[in-house]
Design a protein around this ligand. Structure first.
Ligand code: NAD
Length: 313
């Protein structure tokens, strides 16, 4: 699949002649939640060997189990051979800690959107990974430049922002830290293309491009609901039928995870410093209650065990 950008040398990029040529064959994925498990599935489908890690080995195994279940449904529908499902799942090895990423050529961090946690995980990955291996983050909003500075490999740090759900969404937004080398950029774009994705490029700014556009719209929908301008259903139906969006902003927020939406909004507000990015109270309250959307079966709407919308919360 072709990229929608050209390889223009980033103004801050430097040629890193020190970096050994890394043939990317083994990909580590850190975080086995909805994004990490989707990224692991994509990587295995592109015939990379995958190391899948979460806060514990048991959670990584649960992540691989979810991938197996998703693929099992594809087999039931006749969209995949059972042998292909088994081969794909066999390429994913659950591991216990980032220390198990020593043989990885690329690690994609996809843990909870929290800067303190990501800095800690970046340091742990950096310590374990071999020289020249690329350390990417799927962060939705956190500064890649800050994450890169916490490591001993700033030229090999980059943003690989997959969309939700990763196997279905066509885009990977590549985010360049100011330290990212041209080689790292090219190799990362090549991996995204091998996974069948189209890439766009963003420089390192709060929310990058996609969430800089999306999150203010999601928050505005929350404000409209909070002020009683209309019901949740009318807000979502308005966006779907009036704007031709495939999902309304409140149901999309539930899909993304309200904790993630709030975390991104808080980064935009703090790092850009404009009041227009402030998060609405109803969103903050739902997160405080632990009602995080589909992943907890309750957010703006309620969901059944299969993740189907059951009603209004
Ligand atoms: P999630 O809540 O589904 O998964 C987060 C995972 O991180 C969990 O499995 C959790 O156990 C794990 N984790 C927490 N602490 C950890 C630790 N110390 N070590 C290892 N793993 C740990 O969240 P998600 O939606 O998969 O989001 C993950 C990342 O992807 C975030 O940075 C988010 O901003 C980004 N992202 C999310 C979306 C979306 O729509 N949800 C889209 C693009 C990017």
């Amino acid at each position: 699949m072709s990229a929608v950008h050209s390889f223009v040398l980033h103004p801050f990029a430097r040629k890193d002649k020190e970096r050994p040529n890394v043939d990317i064959r083994i990909i580590g994925v850190l975080g086995a939640g909805q994004m990490g498990s989707g990224i692991a599935q994509l990587a295995a489908a592109a015939e990379y060997d995958v190391r899948l890690c979460d806060a514990s080995l048991a959670q990584a195994e649960v992540g691989r189990g979810k991938i197996d279940a998703v693929l099992g449904r594809q087999v039931e529908k006749g969209k995949m051979e059972d042998a292909a499902r088994k081969a794909l799942v066999a390429r994913i090895k659950p591991v216990a800690t980032p220390a198990d990423f020593a043989d990885c050529d690329l690690v994609v961090e996809a843990a909870t959107e929290n800067v303190t946690l990501k800095l800690e995980l970046f340091r742990a990955c950096d310590a374990a990974m071999k020289k020249g291996a690329i350390l990417a983050s799927n962060t939705s909003s956190i500064s890649l430049t800050k994450l890169a500075a916490a490591t001993k490999r700033p030229p090999e740090v980059i943003g690989m922002h997959f969309m939700n759900p990763p196997p279905l969404m066509k885009l990977v937004e590549i985010v360049r830290a100011i330290q990212t080398s041209e080689e790292t950029f090219k190799d990362t774009v090549a991996v995204a293309h091998k996974m069948g994705k189209t890439t766009t490029v963003s420089n390192d700014a709060p929310g990058f491009l996609v969430n800089r556009i999306l999150i203010p719209m999601l928050c505005e929908a929350c404000f409209a609901l909070q002020e009683g301008v209309g019901s949740a259903e009318d807000i979502d139906t308005g966006a779907k039928l009036g704007l031709n969006h495939p999902m309304g902003p409140l149901e999309l927020s539930d899909l993304i995870g309200l904790d993630t939406v709030l975390a991104i909004a808080d980064v935009l507000y703090r790092d850009i410093g404009d009041d227009k990015y402030r998060a609405p109270t109803n969103l903050r309250n739902l997160v405080a209650a632990g009602w995080l959307g589909r992943k907890t079966k309750r957010g703006f709407y309620t969901y059944d065990d299969k993740g189907q919308k059951a009603g209004r919360a």
